[in-house]
Design a protein. Structure first.
Length: 377
């Protein structure tokens, strides 16, 4: 019940502030008094929410005052998107140097833009200790409002684009997703959105993360990563599975032991990732040496060797999906001794995917891609 009251107070405060500023032309600073009255009222409901409301309200109105309603001697001021973008790039990339590179600017220029923004806001967005830069509490509170202004500006630009310039979406994917999912997904998305133009990048996960943060791609299909500047949504199952060729004795055996696995000639896909090292650890903990006859760094090579009947191996699901569906490879259940669950996530910046109408089509493409179920022996 208290949550509903707080939401009503917040809505009422913003509504009154907007009316006073836009209709009655009252100075935005004075509207803070209304905000404080409303927030003081919410204090009796919830002290924690009160403090948050005070902080958010002050910054929301401060932003509107500085960028939307500020008047100078020369007339009405304007939103300075460049300063806001410089701030958000430093936040996401956690470095003035990286932000400068992404914006194709010098470091002094980026620094000057942030200092100008701080001066206009009357707060310190970052705490400085020598060359190190740490975002302040005020800076953290300001992030959602900066994102909202930039997002609104970008949406306005897109709306005003001429029809002869087709709207373009840039999709990125890591190597395995590029090879096995993207050739299915891109035609599917194009068919559902004929007026969109699709641009595609294939790159390793670390490169994709940089491209996302630098706004060079709109959405990226990549493995699970953690960064405060992004949101991720698990979409594709890419768990590692033991596969054998049809007719192999493991096809009909249950509850295989590590010793039985170690006795078979094995193809090992060497990629150096932590998850894959768990396969080595499996044999090490059992104090047995696996018969690794082939050590390769290419998934298609590893798969081809297994298909030819010259070994068994652990491979990621996306690589073997088609072969499992056609019965050319057989999955053997070894979940009792080893489970390596991996997912491919659709990843975008925190301020949201800029093509919300496309999101349902992406989800549908994944659903269609994974529609077929595969037998496990």
């Amino acid at each position: 019940m208290s949550g509903c009251i707080i939401k009503f107070v917040r809505f009422f405060v913003v509504l009154c502030s907007t009316i006073l500023v836009t209709i009655f032309k009252i100075d935005p600073i004075h509207t803070l008094l209304i905000g404080l009255i409303g927030v003081k009222f919410s204090k009796f409901i919830n002290n924690v929410n009160c403090r948050l409301d005070i902080q958010r309200l002050l910054y929301a109105l401060r932003v509107k005052e500085l960028f939307l309603f500020r008047k100078t001697r020369k007339g009405l001021g304007k939103v300075n998107i460049d300063h806001l973008e410089a701030f958000m790039y430093v936040v996401h990339l956690e470095s003035v140097h990286k932000a400068a590179e992404a914006l194709y600017l010098s470091q002094p220029t980026v620094t000057a833009r942030i200092k100008t923004l701080e001066r206009d806001l009357g707060i310190e967005l970052f705490l400085r200790n020598g060359r190190s830069l740490t975002i302040s509490d005020e800076g953290k509170a300001f992030i959602p409002y900066a994102e909202q202004i930039i997002r609104t500006y970008d949406q306005g630009k897109k709306l005003l684009k001429k029809e002869e310039n087709p709207e373009e979406i840039v999709i990125g994917a890591n190597i395995i997703t590029s090879q096995y999912f993207i050739p299915f997904a891109l035609p599917f998305l194009k068919k559902a959105n004929p007026k969109l133009r699709f641009k595609f990048y294939s790159a390793p996960n670390d490169v994709l993360l940089d491209k996302l943060l630098q706004k060079q791609v709109d959405i990226a299909f990549m493995k699970d990563v953690t960064h405060r500047g992004i949101q991720k949504h698990e979409l594709l199952n890419n768990s590692v599975r033991l596969v054998v060729y049809p007719g192999h004795s493991f096809q009909v055996q249950k509850n295989l032991s590590v010793q039985q696995l170690a006795s078979e000639p094995m193809v090992f896909f060497e990629c150096g990732a932590f998850d894959w090292n768990r396969i080595h650890k499996l044999f090490e903990m059992a104090n047995v040496n696996p018969r690794i006859e082939f050590l390769v760094d290419h998934l298609e090579v590893a798969k081809s060797i297994i298909l030819s009947g010259n070994g068994i191996g652990f491979l990621p699901y996306l690589c073997i999906k088609e072969e499992l569906e056609r019965g050319r490879l057989i999955e053997v259940d070894v979940s009792h001794i080893l489970q390596i669950n991996q997912h491919i996530s659709a990843t975008h910046l925190n301020n949201g995917f800029v093509y919300p109408e496309l999101w349902n089509d992406i989800l549908q493409s994944v659903k269609e891609f994974e529609k077929e179920k595969n037998p496990v022996f």
